[in-house]
Design a protein around this ligand. Structure first.
Ligand code: DNO
Length: 374
């Protein structure tokens, strides 16, 4: 695996590349052209400039999150072929710049959904949280307004004001789109983009729907093992893969995360690792990455990734807001840096003990030889 941090670009992120560079083990960033709208072609020069900026800070681009898919592709509107052509051109431009992993999602209208952006925890940190009751009581426009007003002056990914100014119209376009239709439209999209992915060796990594069930009556399909395996089979190309996001699939406690990881061997191209704390099935908040702080056994999640030989980019996911930081909710520096350190620690411990248990006779220890770097 390669440990990475998500970075939104110098115009949008409160965290700098220089800060990221000092997180132990991080050489790669996961980034995007945050000022492009879904459906627009990403010019190669713009991608190149972003790459140069990242490299000048001693880092590299380990992948893109996200190249967003236009709603019109998801609901199969009359303009979808032109929009898919644009997507293909963007992928080719990324490939030409030697970028080989693209995270995207196929959620209608809204990307990830949280109902609170700063729920206070007993230790004084604040976290993103979700209750179904709040979603059921809200109309979508209000939810958008509250996300917009509480993002500490940042724009939350997937909640772009330009697009969501038309929430009502968007909802109308999805009338008649059920799960089966959405699957069909995803298949159509993937079949059209696979040739360019093959040509430039681009791993597409679909992000799960978060939460992993329909919200506001809109269908959601990337929610569980059965559906994700269906998606892998329906376009059976190794470039058609997934972002394994523990915090998103984990919103449904019936999803056995280590088992899902094992069933996706070879098709996980990107991993988001984070923990949740459940109060009830439909009331949860985002915890620190540490197992003891939340509901998940993070050791088992990391172990499953190691067991399947996962070697793609991985990143800590949403962090708590701690130590007085003011940043995009979920995307501050401090708690994500702690998350990266914790995941690195789990990884090293599991990886080494598995290799050694397999390779060494009882009682034998490798020679202790601290390295001198000169
Ligand atoms: C939220 C993110 C999502 C994710 C997209 C991928 O923090 O995990 O916005 O990036 O769904 O397209």
């Amino acid at each position: 695996m390669e440990m990475t941090i998500r970075w939104y670009g110098s115009k949008y992120d409160t965290v700098t590349l220089q800060q990221i560079r000092q997180i132990p083990g991080v050489k790669g960033v996961i980034t995007t052209l945050y000022d492009t709208q879904p459906g627009e072609v990403w010019a190669q020069e713009k991608i190149h400039a972003l790459k140069e900026e990242v490299e000048a800070a001693g880092l590299h681009i380990a992948g893109i999150e996200s190249v967003n898919v236009a709603d019109e592709i998801k609901y199969a509107g009359p303009d979808r072929d032109r929009l898919i052509d644009n997507y293909i051109e963007t992928l080719a431009n990324l490939g030409r710049e030697d970028i080989h992993m693209v995270c995207y999602n196929f959620m209608p209208v809204f990307d990830w959904t949280r109902t609170e952006l700063a729920r206070k925890r007993p230790d004084g940190s604040t976290v993103l949280a979700y209750t179904q009751e709040a979603v059921d009581a809200l109309d979508p426009q209000k939810l958008f307004d509250s996300v917009h007003d509480n993002s500490n002056g940042t724009v939350m990914p997937g909640w772009e004001p330009e697009r969501l100014a038309h929430v009502q119209e968007l909802f109308e376009k999805y009338q008649g789109i059920d799960e089966e239709k959405l699957f069909e439209n995803l298949k159509y999209f993937l079949e059209r983009i696979m040739p360019v992915c093959d040509k430039y060796d681009i791993n597409m990594a679909i992000h799960p729907d978060d939460p992993a069930w329909p919200v506001f009556g809109l269908p959601r399909i990337i929610t569980c093992k059965k559906n994700i395996l269906r998606m892998m089979k329906m376009v059976d190309n190794p470039h058609n893969g997934v972002t394994f996001c523990s915090g998103s699939y984990g919103t449904n406690p019936d999803n056995d995360l280590p088992d899902m990881i094992r069933s996706l061997k070879g098709r996980i191209h990107f991993a988001h690792v984070r923990n949740l704390q459940f109060h009830t099935r439909t009331n949860f908040e985002e915890a620190a990455h540490l197992s003891a702080d939340g509901s998940f056994d993070m050791y088992e999640i990391v172990k499953a990734l190691i067991d399947i030989g996962f070697d793609g980019p991985i990143r800590p996911d949403h962090g708590r807001m701690i130590w007085g930081e003011v940043a995009m909710p979920g995307y501050g520096l401090y708690d994500r840096a702690l998350g990266a350190a914790y995941i690195n620690g789990l990884w090293e411990a599991i990886d080494k003990s598995e290799r050694r248990d397999g390779a060494r006779a009882d009682g034998e220890r490798p020679k202790w030889a601290p390295k001198f770097t000169g």
